[in-house]
Ligand binder design. Structure first.
Ligand SMILES: Cc1cc2nc3c(=O)[nH]c(=O)nc-3n(C[C@H](O)[C@H](O)[C@H](O)COP(=O)(O)OP(=O)(O)OC[C@H]3O[C@@H](n4cnc5c(N)ncnc54)[C@H](O)[C@@H]3O)c2cc1C
Length: 335
């Protein structure tokens, strides 16, 4: 029997690390090349929705997710006034990326995987190379994401979602009584989270953040976010954000990253064992990803502008007030 072919994963975020862990559980040789280091803070709402049991089992996520808080209650503020409350159909999980990514990285190396950090690799396609290097920055996006951890910031429910002018901000409790505050804002003006909130008309929230204790080291920002239809890439196997961005209000990008890794897993396994050609594995993965995520990404892109623009958002509020908001079907469409 020939030894299995080595798999190379570019990008040690959620998709890359979890795929690496699952391949190592199957005894296959894997190297992950990651531009950054662990632990590190990431711009992320740290709110994981609709992560199914099959994906958790396929990727062996139980260990890395240990300690995640379950969350179900959501309160929407528009702007600064509670507009409506709802319960998620299934509990979400809340865990900081600082802890989660580091736990995944140590699980991977503990299983004998090779993790090369501080290595920004060029993403030239080649057999056995999987791209999990996150979103491709857009040159002309109006959006930027900011995130910071706070202490001493009581919440009205598991998730507070504040809708402002061209902005939304999520607040959720992660581990150690820490609240993660993460938002999507217009790129113009303001540098800190309170400044951005004020600019978006979220005056009370800005005041609450100024009174709380900010963890300065956790502040991070990201620009160039493109929520348009993904351009077709010539890379053979992009997974997670590298394959297409789902807007963050769904709280679903992390789950999509994991689910895409689970979709790719059996095909990469076959290639590594010499039972499939790389081109065949890559086109099966592309086909399966399209089938699984096409409608979710489309629905997220369509609803995204309705959440951001106050004039359109009014319709959501009116529908909810009249009991006609089809929340469950919308949730299912997006998840
Ligand atoms: C404002 C905002 C809020 C969000 N909130 C949520 C939320 O609440 N819930 C949710 O589920 N999702 C949320 N998301 C989305 C979520 O963060 C992403 O969907 C998820 O991180 C995607 O995982 P990934 O593995 O594809 O990419 P990432 O986690 O981004 O990992 C990519 C990795 O690749 C590395 N890399 C990049 N280029 C190279 C290279 N050339 N060589 C080597 N390494 C490279 C990067 O350093 C990074 O570690 C949010 C996103 C934003 C912007």
């Amino acid at each position: 029997m020939k030894p299995p072919r080595p798999v190379e994963i570019i990008g040690g975020g959620l998709a890359g690390l979890s795929l690496g862990i699952a391949l190592r559980h199957r005894g296959l040789p894997v190297t992950i090349r990651e531009a950054g280091h662990y632990p590190r803070h990431r711009v992320c709402g740290e709110f994981i929705t609709a992560l199914d049991k099959d994906t958790q089992q396929a990727l062996h996520l139980a260990g890395p997710l240990r300690g995640a808080r379950a969350a179900r209650g959501v309160v929407w503020y528009e702007p600064d006034r509670p507009s409506f409350r709802l319960q998620l159909p299934e509990p979400a999980l809340c865990l900081s990326r600082y802890r989660l990514d580091a736990a995944l990285a140590s699980e991977f190396t503990g299983l004998g995987g090779e993790l090369v950090t501080g290595d920004r690799t060029d993403a030239t396609p080649r057999a056995g190379r999987v791209l999990t290097c996150g979103r491709r920055p857009a040159t002309s996006s109006p959006w930027m994401g900011l995130k910071q951890h706070f202490r001493g910031l009581p919440l009205a429910d598991d998730l507070e979602l504040h809708l402002g002018r061209n902005a939304y901000v999520g607040l959720t409790m992660v581990e150690n009584d820490t609240v993660n505050v993460c938002g999507l804002f217009s790129r113009q003006g303001g540098r800190t989270l309170p400044e951005k909130c004020r600019q978006a008309g979220l005056i009370d929230l800005a005041g609450r953040l100024e009174e709380a204790e900010a963890d300065e080291d956790s502040f991070c920002a990201v620009a160039g976010l493109d929520y348009g239809a993904p351009r077709r890439r010539r890379d053979p196997v992009p997974l997670g954000d590298a394959a297409g961005l789902i807007p963050p209000f769904t709280g679903h990008g992390m789950t999509v990253a994991w689910q895409s890794a689970a979709v790719a897993l059996p095909h990469i396994d076959l290639w590594s064992r010499g039972a499939a050609a790389w081109e065949a594995a890559a086109s099966r993965i592309e086909y399966d990803l399209r089938r699984r995520f096409r409608w979710r990404l489309w629905a997220g892109r369509v609803i995204h502008p309705w959440i951001l623009r106050p004039a359109r958002r009014r319709w959501f509020r009116l529908l909810h007030q009249s009991g006609l908001l089809p929340f469950q079907p919308l949730y299912r469409l997006l998840h």
